[in-house]
Design a protein around this ligand. Structure first.
Ligand code: GLN
Ligand code: ZN
Length: 747
C-alpha cells in the first residue's frame, strides 16, 4: 500500500524573519497597507513554493496569518471583543485587538498548549457571531492559483470555544452558535475543490476532552448532515487522543501524534480502536524538536501503521510553526549539523520515507540513515556531576530569611521594581550586531553597554524605583544569551521561532552536557551596582525555562539535563552573591508551559521543576534575596508548585489576564513576597494612575501588604524608551500616593 505525505503548518516567519520585518514596518508606518498586503502575499507564496519542493501530496493553507491563526478565526466568525466592536473588520482592527491601542487594552495572550507560541484569546462578551470576509477561502484559492496541492486548515469549533472566554452562553451554546458558520466556511472550501480539510482539535488530547465528547459528537454529526464531514480530518497533536471516541465521529480521518503520545496512540490502534476505513494522518516526524529523525525506525513505524488503515498519510507530529525554517542558511559544525533537522529538512525526511516505501527508491533514505547513525555515535556527553556541594533547600525558613533581608535591604512599604530588561532600542541592537560582525571592538562595545547601563540607572533613580536592574542590554534573549555562554549549547544564526505576534525567539540547541565555565552576568551587574546606593538585582534565567525554551536533547532523561542546567545557574548565583549582589532574580516564565497536557503527569513534572529551581537558588546565604518571575500563563494548576519554589519574592503577570490570576491566590495562603504585574507591557499603551491603584487595591485584598511588591508584568525590552519612562513614572507616583494615604482597608 502506498502512502502519501502532508504537512500541518509551516513557519510564518520566513527564512530571515521577513514576516516580522514586514509587519513591524507597517506598524511603524514605514510601509502602506497595500505594501503590507503585497509583501505578505509574496511571503505566503514563498512558503508554499518552498514546501512544494518536497514532493508533498498536500500543503496546508490557513496556517499563514497576519498575527495569529486563532485571532483570524475570531475575526472570521466576528467574535470581536466588545471594546473593539463597531469597526470595520480589517487589518487594523486585527492588529488593535492583538496589541491594544491608545483607547483599549489588547486581548489576553495565552500559551498554545504546552508550547511557547501564544494565541490571542477570543472574547465572547456581547459578541455577534456572523461570517465575515472569508480569508481562508481566499488563501486557498490563491494556493490553487499557484498550482499548489493545498488543503485548508482551520481550528475546530470545540478547540476554538474551549480556548475562548466570556459571554453568558454555555460551552454547548457557543459551539451551536458557531456550527452554521463553520458549515458555510467548510462548504465554501469543498466547493472550491478542497480534497480534505484539516480541522485542528488539539483540545481532544487534554484531560478536559472527556467533558465535551457529547458536544464534539453533535458538532461533527451536524457537519455530516450538512454533507461536509467526509472531507474533514480531525487533527490532534501534542499527546494521545481517545481513539475509540474519535472513531465514533463521521469524518474522513484523524490526525494523530505518534511522537509525543508516549506510545499510547499506537497501542490503541493495536487494540482495534479505529475502523480500517478511517484515514490516518500519522504525525511521525517530531514537529517540535530539531533533531533528525531515526529514519529507519520511522520506516518501521509506517509499516506497522499500514496494518491499521487503508489510507495512510504521514506528516510531522505538529505544525512546523514550532521549529526554524531551514538549515541551509546556517554554518554549523558538520558533526552537529548532521544530527539536525529544521522545517524543510523534516519535509525532506518525509520525502525520503515516501520514496523508499512507495517506489523502493532508497537513495535519500540511505543518506539520512547514515547521517543519523553517525550522529548517535558522537560523544558529547561524558561529564561527571557533583551534587554534594549544592543545597536544594534554603538554610532557614522564609520568615527568618525575610528578617535578615529586610535589615540588609531596608526597602520602603510597597517596594517598586521592574522585571529586568529595558528597551532593546535600535541602537542597542545595532551595536550588538556591529560587535558580533567585528565592525566594532570589544572595548567599544563594552563602553557602549556601560554607558547604556549608567543612563538607565540614572533614569531609574530619577523615577524613584526602589530595586534597580542593569537592563539586560548585552542580551539578545533571556535563553539564547545563556546558551551562548554555557557549554553544551549550540546557537544558530537564523533558527527563529514565533513566540507571539511579530516576536520570535531563537532557542539554543542543547546537544551535549551542560557546564558553567566562567561568570556570565557578573561584570554588568556589578558595574550597575557600583553606580547606585539602591540595590541592583542580578538577573538570570532559571533551569526549567532554559530547558523549555531550548531544543532539548532526547538521548538523556529530561530531568538530568534540567539538573545539569540548575548546577550551572547555581554557580552564577553564587558568583553574583560573592561579588556583593544582594538580590538575584531567577526567571521561570516557562515553568507553566512545560506542564504536561494530561494531569496524570503533572506531579512528576512539577516535582522535578521545583527541585531544579531550588538546586539553582538554595545555596545562597539567608540574607540574599531570591526573586523569580513568571508570566502569561494560567497559574491556577501550579500555584502550589510556585509556592514550593520558596523564592523570597515572585513577580507574576496579572494585567493581561485582567486579574484572573488573583483568584488563584484565594485558594492558598501565599506568605512569601509577591509582586503582581500592574500593567501590560506588551501594549504600547501607558497605564493611568487609577488603573494601577485599582490593580494594587484588588491584589491587597488577597495578599498581605508587607509581602507585596509593585512592578510591570514583564520585562520592558520590547517597549520604547518614552513609553517605559512614562509608564514607570505613573507606577511610582501611584505607589507614592498609596504610601502616603496608607488606606486602612489595605494596610
Ligand atoms: N528578566 C526578563 C526580562 O525582563 C524576563 C523576561 C520574561 O519573563 N519573559 O526581559
Ligand atoms: Zn515575563
Amino acid at each position: 500500500m502506498t502512502i502519501k505525505t502532508s504537512n500541518l503548518g509551516f513557519p510564518r516567519l520566513g527564512r530571515k524573519r521577513e514576516w516580522k520585518k514586514t509587519i513591524e514596518s507597517y506598524w511603524s508606518n514605514k510601509i502602506s497597507e497595500a505594501e503590507l498586503n503585497q509583501q505578505l502575499t509574496d511571503l505566503h507564496k514563498e512558503n508554499l513554493l518552498l514546501q512544494k519542493n518536497y514532493n508533498l501530496d498536500s500543503i496546508p493553507v490557513g496556517d499563514f496569518s497576519l498575527y495569529d491563526h486563532i485571532l483570524d478565526t475570531s475575526l472570521l466568525f466576528n467574535i470581536i471583543p466588545e471594546r473593539f466592536q463597531g469597526r470595520e473588520v480589517n487589518n487594523d482592527l486585527l492588529f488593535d485587538i492583538a496589541r491594544g491601542n491608545k483607547e483599549h487594552v489588547a486581548s489576553a495572550l495565552i500559551k498554545w498548549f504546552n508550547t511557547n507560541y501564544h494565541y490571542i484569546v477570543p472574547e465572547w462578551d456581547n459578541a455577534e457571531p456572523k461570517l465575515n470576509h472569508n480569508v481562508l477561502l481566499e488563501r486557498f484559492n490563491y494556493a490553487q492559483s499557484l498550482n499548489v496541492n493545498a488543503h485548508p486548515v482551520i481550528v475546530g469549533p470545540i478547540t476554538f470555544v474551549q480556548l475562548s472566554k466570556g459571554g453568558n452562553q454555555t460551552f454547548e451554546e457557543k459551539v451551536q452558535t458557531l456550527l452554521p458558520l463553520y458549515k458555510e466556511v467548510l462548504q465554501s472550501l469543498v466547493d472550491a475543490g478542497a480534497e480534505y480539510i484539516q480541522i485542528d482539535e488539539p483540545v481532544l488530547v487534554t484531560d478536559a476532552s472527556a467533558d465535551f465528547e457529547n458536544i464534539t459528537k453533535q458538532a461533527y454529526d451536524y457537519f455530516a448532515e450538512a454533507g461536509v464531514a467526509s472531507k474533514l480530518v480531525i487533527q490532534t497533536y501534542f499527546e494521545r487522543a481517545n481513539i475509540k471516541f474519535l472513531n465514533t465521529l463521521p469524518v474522513k480521518g484523524f490526525g494523530l501524534d505518534f511522537v509525543h503520545d508516549r506510545g499510547y496512540n499506537l497501542e490503541q490502534l493495536k487494540s482495534g480502536d479505529l475502523d480500517q476505513d478511517k484515514a490516518i494522518y500519522a504525525g511521525i516526524i517530531d514537529g517540535r524538536n530539531v533533531w533528525a529523525a531515526d529514519i529507519a525506525a520511522k520506516k518501521d513505524l509506517i509499516e506497522t501503521l499500514q496494518n491499521y488503515t487503508s489510507e495512510l498519510v504521514v506528516q510531522p507530529s505538529a505544525s512546523l510553526l514550532h521549529v526554524p525554517v531551514s538549515l541551509d542558511d546556517e554554518t554549523l559544525d558538520e558533526t552537529i549539523a548532521e544530527g539536525l533537522s529544521f522545517a524543510t529538512e523534516k519535509l525532506d525526511e518525509l520525502d525520503a520515507l515516501k520514496r523508499v516505501i512507495n517506489d523502493n527508491d532508497s537513495d535519500k533514505f540511505d543518506v539520512l540513515k547514515a547521517r543519523y547513525e553517525r550522529f548517535q555515535n558522537q560523544a558529547f556527553k561524558n561529564l561527571e556531576y557533583d551534587f554534594s556541594q549544592v543545597r536544594d533547600t534554603r538554610q532557614s525558613p522564609f520568615a527568618e530569611r525575610k528578617k535578615q533581608q529586610d535589615a540588609q535591604l531596608n526597602l520602603p512599604d510597597l517596594p517598586t521594581t521592574t522585571i529586568g530588561s529595558f528597551p532593546q532600542s535600535t541602537e542597542v541592537r545595532k551595536q550588538r550586531a556591529d560587535w558580533k560582525n567585528n565592525r566594532i571592538s570589544d572595548e567599544a562595545y563594552k563602553t557602549f553597554l556601560q554607558d547604556e547601563i549608567a543612563r538607565w540607572i540614572k533614569i531609574q533613580e530619577d523615577i524613584g524605583l526602589d530595586v534597580l536592574v542593569h537592563g539586560e542590554f548585552e542580551r539578545n534573549d533571556m535563553v539564547e544569551f545563556f546558551g551562548e555562554k554555557l557549554q553544551g549549547f549550540l546557537v544558530t544564526k537564523f533558527g527563529w521561532v514565533q513566540s507571539y505576534g511579530s516576536r520570535a525567539v531563537k532557542p539554543p540547541i542543547i546537544y551535549g552536557d551542560v557546564k558553567w565555565t566562567e561568570p556570565l552576568t557578573v561584570k554588568e551587574t556589578v558595574y550597575a551596582q557600583n553606580l547606585t546606593d539602591k540595590p541592583v538585582k542580578g538577573m538570570l534565567t532559571g533551569p526549567v525555562t532554559i530547558l523549555n525554551w531550548s531544543f532539548e536533547r532526547v538521548d538523556l532523561p529530561r530531568e538530568d539535563v534540567q539538573d545539569q542546567i540548575a548546577l550551572a545557574i547555581n554557580e552564577e548565583v553564587l558568583a553574583l552573591e560573592a561579588a556583593g549582589i544582594k538580590i538575584v532574580q531567577v526567571d521561570e516564565p516557562a515553568l507553566r508551559e512545560g506542564l504536561p497536557l494530561r494531569s496524570e503527569y503533572h506531579a512528576d513534572y512539577l516535582d522535578k521543576a521545583v527541585h531544579s529551581f531550588k538546586l539553582s537558588t538554595s545555596s545562597v546565604a539567608d540574607a540574599t534575596q531570591i526573586h523569580t518571575h513568571m508570566c502569561y500563563s494560567q497559574f491556577g494548576q501550579i500555584i502550589h508548585a510556585i509556592y514550593d519554589l520558596d523564592a523570597d519574592v515572585i513577580s507574576i503577570e496579572t494585567s493581561r489576564s485582567h486579574g484572573d490570576l488573583i483568584k488563584d491566590f484565594e485558594d492558598i495562603t501565599y506568605d512569601l513576597g509577591i509582586g503582581l504585574g500592574v500593567y501590560d507591557i506588551h501594549s504600547p499603551r501607558i497605564p493611568t494612575e487609577d488603573e494601577i491603584t485599582t490593580a494594587i487595591h484588588r491584589a491587597l485584598q488577597e495578599i498581605d501588604r508587607s509581602l507585596f511588591w509593585v512592578n510591570p508584568d514583564c520585562g520592558l525590552k520590547t517597549r520604547k524608551e518614552d513609553e517605559v519612562r512614562e509608564a514607570l513614572t505613573v507606577l511610582v507616583n501611584s505607589v507614592e500616593k498609596l504610601r502616603e494615604s496608607k488606606d486602612p482597608a489595605t494596610v
